[in-house]
Design a protein around this ligand. Structure first.
Ligand SMILES: Nc1ncnc2c1ncn2[C@@H]1O[C@H](COP(=O)(O)OP(=O)(O)O)[C@@H](O)[C@H]1O
Ligand SMILES: [Mg+2]
Length: 343
């Protein structure tokens, strides 16, 4: 299930060092306090975030999940000082991202979702320039370590323009870390990148987390989040709809899922609860009786099935349940949807 064994060991729970850091600093690493963001658009105001409140503790590996457009990048942009909240505030180790911008920003290493780079620099120059931005000099040893850890050593002299998308992504990660920030923020760092980079990246980020760095990660890969994150917030339409430890969120899912392929239409009773992707049908099943009942219903309806499998429910099942429940709650509440969550 989890293809990154090192990362799993490092991050499924809070590591000892992080506990030590936490006990020394009572304030959260990041505190989002009733953060709202309204964009003006030609069609009128658009509420990208509505009263997001959550604390990320020192040393956590925290996952921020949500469908496209949920507001994840907007929240990270506000944290990084790239966008202003319409109301509410964000504190980084107690520093307000607006009032104490420089202090807050120095504590953060942000890997943006978009590939932004200066085409005139080579890799080492880009990292030195970024160091200078934070007033850090003479850090070539650390730059060398970053290049090595991210598999970039032989690209140090390569111009940014010559790098593939995956390599540029690695440089963005290195850039975010040149000033050794205590808090690392990654916005979809593995979107569209190859397996090798994912493994390199998670190995490295897990190591930093073990050393006490706080990590805030957004990703579409729920397997990644399940393997890496100790705690997860799910965002939908700019609201937190679930917030809990990953292990608790997983407990809320049905125990098992019956998976099979078919070319036939499902009988009504099953169609209502099935998740269908092309020929693949998935049905939640808590126990053996549920599985037998589903199979009997299919048999009675004359539905031919192939490749039957039973798997444990995972974070994707939880995610889809949370999103479906949030959508139902939004419908019931009309224009003012209520947050829905486990916690
Ligand atoms: N500058 C902007 N102006 C207007 N709408 C925006 C702007 N930036 C983002 N949005 C909208 O805000 C919503 C949240 O976007 P975003 O934070 O990028 O979501 P996510 O990262 O979760 O996919 C989306 O509907 C997006 O279209
Ligand atoms: Mg985004």
């Amino acid at each position: 299930m989890a293809p990154w064994p090192v990362a799993v060991q490092g991050c499924g729970r809070k590591p000892g060092r992080a506990e030590a850091v936490k006990s020394l600093s009572p304030m959260p690493a990041v505190s989002f306090q009733s953060v709202s963001k309204t964009y003006s658009t030609p069609r009128g105001p658009f509420h990208a975030l509505s009263g997001v409140g959550l604390d990320i503790e020192e040393g956590e590996f925290f996952g921020l999940l949500g469908p496209n457009g949920a507001g994840k990048t907007t929240l990270i942009s506000i944290l990084a000082g790239l966008a202003r909240a319409s109301s509410g505030r964000v504190l980084v180790q107690g520093s307000d991202v607006q009032q104490d911008y420089a202090q807050a920003r120095r504590k953060l290493g942000v890997v943006p979702q978009e590939l932004v780079f200066d085409p005139f620099f080579n890799v080492r120059e880009a990292l030195r320039f970024q160091s200078g931005y934070f007033g850090v000099k003479g850090n070539d040893d650390w730059i060398d370590e970053l290049l090595h850890s991210l598999g970039l050593t032989d690209k140090a002299q390569a111009n940014m323009r010559q790098l593939s998308g995956g390599m540029k992504r690695r440089v963005l990660v290195a850039q975010a870390l040149v000033h050794k920030p205590p808090i690392i923020v990654l916005d979809e760092p593995t979107a569209g990148v190859d397996v090798e980079l994912r493994q390199t990246l998670w190995h490295f980020i897990a190591k930093l987390n073990k050393q006490g760095h706080t990590v805030l990660l957004t990703t579409h890969y729920l397997e990644e989040a399940e393997a890496l994150c100790g705690r997860i917030a799910m965002l939908k339409n700019g609201r937190v709809v679930a917030l809990d430890r990953t292990s608790e969120l997983l407990k809320a899912a049905s125990g098992n899922v019956l998976v099979f392929k078919t070319d036939s239409a499902l009988p009504g009773a099953l169609a209502a609860q099935a998740r269908v992707t092309g020929r693949v049908v998935q049905l939640a099943a808590n126990d053996a009786q549920d599985i037998e009942r589903h199979l009997a219903t299919l048999r009675e309806a004359g539905v031919e099935v192939q490749d039957i499998e039973i798997r444990r429910a995972d974070l994707e099942d939880v995610f889809l349940n949370v999103m479906a429940a949030a959508a139902a709650s939004e419908e019931t509440a009309g224009a003012s949807p209520q947050p829905w969550g486990y916690a």
